[in-house]
Design a protein around this ligand. Structure first.
Ligand SMILES: Cc1cc2nc3c(=O)[nH]c(=O)nc-3n(C[C@H](O)[C@H](O)[C@H](O)COP(=O)(O)O)c2cc1C
Length: 185
């Protein structure tokens, strides 16, 4: 019952403040991720926690990356890049790291990583943390990839912003399932 409540009510929380997850809370999130469905149990992902000074360092990298992708960027855009990581007190960078396997194609390993990402969001919610899964251009920019030692075979699947909700979470929307199911024969 409790599990269902969490599954049905999780929402993203964009406004996050300190404190970041404790070590124990992070461990619960990682254990949940490690229980995600995973063909052949390859655990085809890794993650990197960014907090404290790391957020400032990441902001500086995003600033450089923005200058590289759009040298004409105005001061406001560049400032936004510097501040971007500070939208939460921590960011868990989730990286798909596919393994060579005779039966499990890369696509399935990416899917397994996404399932792990969802488990992290749910485990955050279950611990009254706030979380939001973000991507955007930053996840594929070479400077960002280099910062997290992302190899040519890997990809950043999510930047999961994590912290303490600074707003009351909005209620989960009510959506009819009828457009999403057909009963066959
Ligand atoms: C692969 C993926 C990438 C996403 N990238 C972004 C993003 O860059 N920025 C953003 O605001 N939301 C992004 N989202 C969506 C949010 O995480 C969130 O799911 C969405 O705003 C809906 O809110 P809800 O989770 O409360 O239903 C992404 C979601 C997924 C699954």
């Amino acid at each position: 019952m409790e599990l269902l409540q969490g599954l049905l009510n999780r929402v993203s929380i964009q406004r996050l403040e300190s404190p970041p997850p404790t070590k124990a809370q992070l461990e619960v999130m990682l254990q949940a991720a490690l229980r995600a469905p995973d063909h052949a149990n390859l655990k085809p992902w890794r993650s990197v926690m960014v907090a404290g000074e790391g957020l400032t360092e990441l902001g500086a990298i995003l600033h450089q990356a923005q200058l590289e992708r759009a040298p004409e960027s105005d001061a406001q855009t560049l400032e936004r890049c510097i501040k971007m990581p500070h939208r939460a007190p921590s960011i868990l960078v989730l990286i798909a790291s596919p393994k060579k396997h005779p039966k499990v194609p890369e696509a399935e390993q990416i899917q397994a990583t996404a399932a792990a990402g969802h488990a992290i969001l749910l485990a955050a919610h279950a611990q009254h943390l706030g979380a939001v899964w973000r991507t955007g251009w930053v996840v594929s920019h070479p400077m960002v990839r280099e910062a997290f030692d992302v190899t040519a075979d890997e990809q950043i699947i999510a930047m999961i912003y994590l912290g303490t909700p600074s707003v009351t979470p909005k209620p989960a929307p009510i959506i009819s399932s009828q457009d999403f199911i057909k009963h066959w024969h």
